[in-house]
Design a protein around this ligand. Sequence first.
Ligand code: ARG
Length: 458
Amino acid sequence: MSTPAADTATTVGKINPDVLAFTEGKDPVLDLALAEVDCLGTAAHVTMLSRMDFKPTLFTEEQRVAVLRALRDIIGEARRGDFTITAADQDVHLAVERRLTERLGDLGKKVHTCRSRNDQVAVDIRLHVRNELNALTVELADLARALLALAEAHKAVPLVGRTHLQPAMPSSVGMWASAYAEMLLDDAYLLEAAYKTNDLCPLGSAAGYGVPLPIDRQLTSDLLAFSRPHHNVFYASCARGKDEAVLLAACSQVMLSLSRLAEDLILFSMPEFRYFTLPRDLCTGSSIMPQKYNPDVLELIRAKAALLVGQATSANVILKALPGGYNRDLQDTKELYMEGLRVTRASLRIMRLMAEHLTVNPEACRAAFAEPGVFATDRALELVAGGMPFRDAYHQVRDHLEDLRGMDPDAVIAQKTHLGGTNGLDFAQLRARADALAAQALAAQAKVDAAFAALMDV
Ligand code: ARG
């Protein structure tokens, strides 16, 4: 047997290299996405410690300013891609502490006072998720607006409405496209819920049980523009993982909506349908079949919806039967939520391109009405309007389907003037919802950015 490799020296003691590699996992890479927010969290924490009514003073004002300036420089390094997390650092938290200590000596060693990596990582994730969720929400609103523009531009183009994928009743491109816009706007309620439960500050929970010094948790929460601190510090530590799981649940609903939209687009752009033509530059070719323009983008959105459901499920299962308090299992929810956010945002953006550049073929949409059965229900209800009991009308139409040949789909969709019908769609109301959603997310982010600027203004 070969002799085991020597233990690796880390900020928190010597660790067997295999154990170190296994326990840190992908943190040295994944945590790079948290470098900036880790510095902001530290800036708020140190600012709070400097204002604490406690002797001996933990941080004088000069010391606070020195730490915040160094943190500002580290943020600059992170933005330039120059900030690195070594294996010995394990994660971003100890990497930032190492950088501070390299620059500031003993002062850097003080920043972890009254704090644990457990509340530190939890606050980092919440700050990161808040930024990402605001951006994602704007991207969702943009896609909803693109779908509404498509709907309005083709509101009078009839489309065969389907149940069981079989022709059912006349619909319209306006109804089809704005339905997906409305679906996404409803998914945004879930994003909003995820935003609310994410917008809470766990800082000061430390290892999960608070600290014996009079820290001001409300102040750190305010400095970071959270809606409020978590109340019970033990709960604050238990909320790690739950935050990520709730976010993934919301994102997976968004992805399920996109996946269904993708499926419709794949189907309706097949040559056998040709209702729509996908933008060529959003399709990909084949290495052997010269004629090919394939909807790979849409197929991948379908697959990514499956990944999101998997990530949400993985996060839930990590939480199930997890004892209260911090457990290292929680670290593995990090990649899940980061990937989930990345994939959902990328899918929203690519689907928006699809919606903006999709071609609608009105003649193909109308040609699909040649089979007359799709008018049967409308004819039966016409007979009802003439006084016939519905079941009699149903049978009469069923026995004379051929009589429906030649009915005009344009006239039929114009008749449905009731709320939400083909001729009763309130695009303006849906657009107002999308606009309000984007405006709310932009305002929330502006508030966050202003708080960060004020915090770091030293
Ligand atoms: N990288 C760790 C995580 O993501 C940080 C917290 C480590 N805490 C601990 N008690 N080992 O969970």
